[in-house]
Design a protein around this ligand. Structure first.
Ligand code: G3H
Ligand code: 13P
Ligand code: ZN
Length: 311
């Protein structure tokens, strides 16, 4: 089946009380790991591409790799622009075959966020593409997302109806306590999500798909492997999977996971090279990385998102 938008996926996820995983991709092995996992689990899946991924891999390469994924599987796959910073990057992604884009103007003043988002929605909808936008600010640092802890802000339920109706977006990313990156909370901090805010937003926007960014859980066993084989990742904790399961049963239809996949990929490479110091063929260690990442994605689909057998 050709690439799909998230429209139908989200409707089924909302009604079925589960969420679809949106996994960040940067190269062939990552795309294969995610898509093979989703295919074996018979799960819909969203492959998302950040500005950093576009810079690293070239969007044309990524588009063709995703096309290969579509041709070798039989599950619904959406290709999504993650954290589009302005109209131009959204337009270029839409023109380049993405079926979904995020315009992230959440750091801009209210009226400016609405104006940019609306412009993207008009262009996207004219081209059969869906749009995610964000209200509130998540803490954390990735290549192109930098928000200090003290600037992070929960989404206000009082703003969501006006924002969605004035912009015409198809899904809304909210801030309820998740944050980007592998170092979300220090041991001892309370990593609970503001499920009460999510419930209130769900009441204000019945049937409307909600998105959670920054939803990695930072599995300690993977961090331990990284550190056992020469790494030095700090001791940090992520979003508990039990919290994500609650969110997936409510209005959350898309859950973004990147850091956990990176940690799984890197853990396998460090282990492989430490145990096989004479190896120099990238297929050997990248092959292990792909297997470990695939296992991580299967775990998320089956045990956290609840999207297995929903393709
Ligand atoms: O939220 C951002 C994603 O994790 C992508 O990260 O900008 O380092 O590619 P990146
Ligand atoms: P994590 O850093 O928690 O994996 O979040 C990824 C994300 O939100 C991508 O947009
Ligand atoms: Zn994000």
């Amino acid at each position: 089946m050709p690439l799909v938008t998230t429209k139908e996926m989200f409707k089924k996820a909302y009604d079925g009380g589960y969420a679809v995983g949106a996994f960040n991709v940067n190269n062939m092995e990552m795309i294969q790991a995610i898509v093979e996992a989703a295919n074996e689990c018979k799960s819909p899946v969203i492959l998302q591409v950040s500005a950093g991924a576009r810079k690293y891999a070239n969007p044309v390469y990524l588009r063709h790799l995703v096309q290969a994924a579509v041709e070798t599987t039989d599950i619904p796959i959406a290709m999504h622009l993650d954290h589009g910073a302005d109209f131009e990057i959204c337009k270029s992604s839409i023109d380049g075959g993405f079926t979904s884009v995020m315009i992230d103007a959440s750091s801009k003043p209210w009226e400016e966020n609405i104006a940019i988002t609306k412009k993207v929605v008009e262009y996207a909808h004219d081209h059969g593409v869906v749009v995610e936008a964000e209200l509130g600010k998540l803490a954390g640092i990735e290549d192109d997302v930098h928000v200090a802890d003290h600037d992070a802000m929960f989404t206000s339920p009082d703003e969501v109806e006006e924002f969605t109706s004035r912009t015409g977006i198809d899904s809304l990313a909210i801030a309820i306590g998740t944050s980007h990156g592998a170092y979300k909370f220090k041991p001892g901090q309370d990593p609970k999500l503001r499920i009460d805010i999510l419930e209130e937003i769900g009441r204000r926007l019945p049937g409307f798909p909600i998105v959670l960014h920054g939803a990695s859980s930072v599995p300690q066993e993977q961090v331990a492997v990284v550190n056992q084989f020469g790494g030095s990742m700090p001791n940090a904790i992520g979003i508990p999977e039990s919290e994500l399961r609650k969110a997936a049963k409510l209005a959350v239809c898309k859950i973004n996971i990147d850091s956990d996949l990176r940690v799984a990929f890197t853990a396998a490479i460090r282990k492989h090279l430490a145990e096989n110091p004479s190896h120099f063929d990238p297929r050997q260690y990248l092959g292990d990385a792909r297997v470990n990442m695939k296992e991580m994605v299967k775990h998320k689909i089956i045990d956290v998102l609840g999207s297995a057998n929903k393709a």
